[in-house]
Ligand binder design. Structure first.
Ligand code: SF4
Length: 262
């Protein structure tokens, strides 16, 4: 991966990027979200994108106000609620962004035919790997950095999220401008800027992913308790932001496809 911004002599681009991320992580640790996005836009130009699950449009709104026309990646798993697709379409129509709809290699019907129906119920980690992780990593190929909307408060697995960090797995700088935000900060921003919220929030869905793997939460439950609700003692993560398995999923995929291990 190259940066195109004058990599110092004697350093490979990745090493330079690692150092850049480490320094920015320190310098911007307490910076306002807008300043963090401005740094990313100035540093990476058109080689930075935003990823959004369309739970809300806060990070998209912020990024569009700093860098109109910025690329926004939406992972269209084929399992989203119609309301999520509606939110995506409202963002595409209402914000100055270039929305990129990214789909998995297999449609839901093709996955059902090849790997059996309802893979999400039998092996959600593999389903997320095929429908989110692989498409994400393919989509990040043209970029040096990605901006996310994750917050430390969301889960224990996200509690140490850095504002800027090196994402070694993907070979890009990961920018998390909302890392320090609380849910109250989010609500305040949504209200102040009159940003439409996901319709299912009003029905008790405090975190919204794919329809088969999301239910509304009950009073007193953690915000992501409704994600993969049947799992206990699970990280409530799909692997995009926190590693959920170190061994990879190719062997599981080959087994389901009936191919022999080498
Ligand atoms: Fe599959 Fe559920 Fe993951 Fe969506 S959230 S990719 S349906 S396991």
């Amino acid at each position: 991966m190259t940066t195109g911004r004058g990599v110092p002599d004697g350093m490979t681009a990745p090493a330079w990027m690692v150092r850049l991320a480490a320094e920015a992580g320190k310098d911007l640790a307490d910076a306002p979200a807008r300043d963090v996005i401005e740094w990313a836009a100035e540093t990476f130009g058109n080689r930075v994108c935003v990823t959004s699950s369309m739970n809300d449009a806060v990070v998209v709104h912020l990024a569009a106000s700093v860098k109109p026309g910025i690329d926004v990646i939406f992972l269209d798993t084929g399992y989203h609620f119609p309301e999520t697709i509606g939110t995506r379409d409202a963002v595409r129509a209402g914000y100055r962004v270039n929305l990129i709809n990214v789909t998995p290699a297999r449609t839901v019907a093709e996955q059902d035919a090849e790997l059996g129906p309802r893979l999400y119920g039998r092996n959600p980690d593999l389903c997320c790997y095929l429908r989110k992780i692989v498409p994400l990593e393919r989509a990040l190929g043209p970029y040096d950095a990605w901006i996310t909307g994750i917050r430390r408060e969301e889960t224990s697995a996200r509690s140490d999220t850095q504002v800027v960090a090196w994402d070694a797995r993907r070979g890009v700088v990961k920018v998390n401008p909302l890392a320090r935000w609380t849910s109250k900060d989010t609500y305040r921003y949504l209200t102040e800027h009159d940003i439409p919220t996901h319709p299912l929030f009003e029905q008790g869905y405090t975190s919204i992913g794919c329809a088969p793997c999301t239910r509304a939460t009950k009073t007193g439950e953690a915000g992501r308790a409704g994600r993969w609700w049947w799992e206990t003692n699970a990280p409530k993560e799909c692997g995009m932001h926190c590693a959920i398995e170190t061994g990879g999923f190719e062997h599981e995929l080959r087994a389901l496809l009936g191919e022999k291990e080498e």
